[in-house]
Design a protein around this ligand. Structure first.
Ligand SMILES: Cc1ncc(COP(=O)(O)O)c(C=O)c1O
Length: 393
């Protein structure tokens, strides 16, 4: 089988970012990268804030936040007034967990593809309330139908108070059939929280089409927003129950203002987020999605080939537009989280390539992303140098 051709580069796209040109940035997934125009938009807002802090915070800021939220929600296909801006997905998850009224004996169900910090949040909330956390194992190669079957069999009506499922998983770059999962849970009246940290900007699926009780996604990864920008969408029946982690002056205003107003924070990342969407739209949303997915698939194949992984053993995330791809590492490599972190650092230092190294269920994986600032030669260079690094101590 021949290696697929890489996509046509997007001319000049690298110059939109302030990324160190000496490094291949092949891990957009972890922390994103903010285009220079968006950094400038945020700086202009900070300049305005510092010119007259009192006026900035007291004259119209709440309306500006609401306006921004409606803009971002509209882009994501979420209900503009049924959504709240939050700082990040982790915060949105914590808001939901502490708002649903978990009680002793209740169960929070999640999968073994879940994000580590989200699992820790579930565990802590369960310890605090006397609920229990149960984790469903789902094979990496499971089809959508198999995933739905596993979830269906795993639900315990009457006990399961919340199902937490990722739209696109971080450790395993797997796209879950979230709308179907929500449908199955709804048959039993079980609410679903979709962790969509990677979805905004990358995936075309609208929030409304998933129909989850709760959905939270970051705009600071694939939608080019400044870090600290996420949207939490909440179904109507939950909006009165949703409580902020920190009570502030908008508490009596109800959802979403009580969630969004978090006292004296720097809200400029939210206000500048539409500039990220402007960059994405200027490049062409569909063009960016297609480019990034094709480039990630290309990178997966060339690096996989270099490591001797047969194409059939390269996980396919199961959907178009997915710009995260996994390559299995040789058995015994990055088998633990600490070993994965150490290898990731070593690849960064020795090969000038920033990648994600994941340890999932005792197995090590390299995770590569594609972005408009990447070019095919960056993956080829990594493919040329990685095998030697993996055999070095
Ligand atoms: C699936 C998933 N959930 C949650 C998060 C947490 O996002 P944040 O650090 O912005 O809260 C991430 C971050 O990469 C993620 O991949």
């Amino acid at each position: 089988m021949s290696v697929p051709q890489p996509p046509e580069p997007i001319p000049g796209a690298r110059l939109l970012f302030s990324l160190d040109p000496a490094v291949s940035h092949l891990n957009h997934g972890s922390f994103g990268a903010v285009p220079i125009a968006v950094q400038r938009a945020q700086q202009r807002l900070r300049d305005e804030m510092e010119a007259n802090p009192l006026r900035f915070f007291t004259q119209g800021l709440i309306d500006r936040i609401a306006h921004t939220r409606r803009h971002l929600a509209g882009f994501l296909g979420a209900d503009p007034d049924g959504s709240a801006l939050v700082g990040n997905t982790t915060t949105g998850v914590a808001v939901v967990l502490q708002s649903i009224g978990l009680r002793p004996g209740d169960e929070v169900l999640s999968t073994d593809h879940g994000y580590g910090a989200v699992s820790l949040a579930i565990q802590r909330e369960c310890r605090r309330t006397g609920a229990v956390s149960r984790v469903l194992p789902i094979p990496l190669a499971a089809t959508d139908e198999q995933v739905v079957q596993v979830v269906r069999a795993g639900l315990r009506p009457g006990r399961t108070r919340l199902l937490v499922v990722d739209q696109l998983t971080s450790a395993t770059a797997k796209l879950f059939p979230t709308a179907a999962i929500v449908g199955v849970a709804r048959e039993h009246g079980i609410p679903v929280l979709v962790d969509a940290a990677h979805a905004p900007g990358m995936l075309a699926t609208t929030v409304a089409s998933i129909g989850a009780d709760f959905w939270v996604g970051n705009l600071h990864k694939w939608a080019y927003a400044p870090r600290g920008t996420a949207l939490l969408a909440v179904a109507p029946q939950w909006r009165d129950k949703i409580e902020p982690l920190v009570v502030s002056w908008e508490q009596e205003s109800g959802f979403p203002a009580r969630i969004e107003w978090q006292a004296t924070l720097d809200y400029t990342s939210w206000l500048a987020a539409p500039a990220g969407l402007f960059t994405l739209r200027s490049l062409g949303v569909d063009r960016v999605r297609a480019h990034n997915a094709a480039l990630a698939a290309y990178g997966q194949r060339v690096v996989g080939d270099a490591l001797g992984v047969p194409p059939a053993d390269l996980p396919d995330p199961g959907g178009p537009g997915v710009s995260l791809r996994l390559i299995p590492l040789p058995a015994g490599t990055a088998a633990t989280i600490d070993a994965a972190r150490a290898l990731q650092t070593r690849i960064g230092e020795r090969l000038a390539a920033e990648v994600a190294v994941m340890s999932w269920n005792g197995r090590g994986w390299l995770r590569l992303t594609g972005q408009v600032y990447n070019t095919a030669d960056e993956y080829e260079r990594l493919a040329g140098r990685l095998p030697a690094l993996l055999v070095q101590r």
